[in-house]
Design a protein around this ligand. Structure first.
Ligand code: SF4
Ligand code: SF4
Length: 114
């Protein structure tokens, strides 16, 4: 793995604000089922439909709800309460298909100094 990728992943390990979760995430039906089966103790709704004009991938039809300014699954301590079953995009971020994620600057670097 390239050094720049390793540096990014190291930053995530010490990141307290978890700013990249503020916008929530688009999900597939399979990812929603996985989270439903896990059954986090969070008030519903957890998902809502994406505006059809803003769907980025055909498999993504819903997005996680934003509540109190962040993804509904981000706890007060900024950790993800569905971490073990989180959507694939979250699991790979800040990478995306092995490269730096398209939205890394916007979701991470522009939001805080690390
Ligand atoms: S991508 Fe950025 S905001 Fe998200 S956990 Fe890593 S360092 Fe924190
Ligand atoms: S599902 Fe978890 S990791 Fe993904 S945006 Fe929501 S809180 Fe963050």
């Amino acid at each position: 793995m390239k050094k720049e990728f390793i540096d990014m992943l190291e930053r995530c390990k010490i990141c307290k604000p978890g700013m990249c979760c503020r916008d929530g995430v688009e999900v597939t039906k399979e990812e929603m089922k996985r989270i439903e089966a896990f059954g986090p103790k969070i008030e519903k709704p957890w998902f809502e439909p994406i505006d059809p004009e803003e769907i980025s991938e055909s498999s993504h039809v819903d997005t996680t709800v934003i509540r109190n300014g962040t993804c509904v699954f981000q706890a007060k301590n900024k950790l993800c309460v569905v971490y073990g079953v989180r959507p694939n995009y979250c699991a790979e971020f800040p990478l995306e298909s092995g490269e730096i994620a398209e939205h890394y600057e916007e979701l991470c670097l522009e939001r805080h100094n690390i």
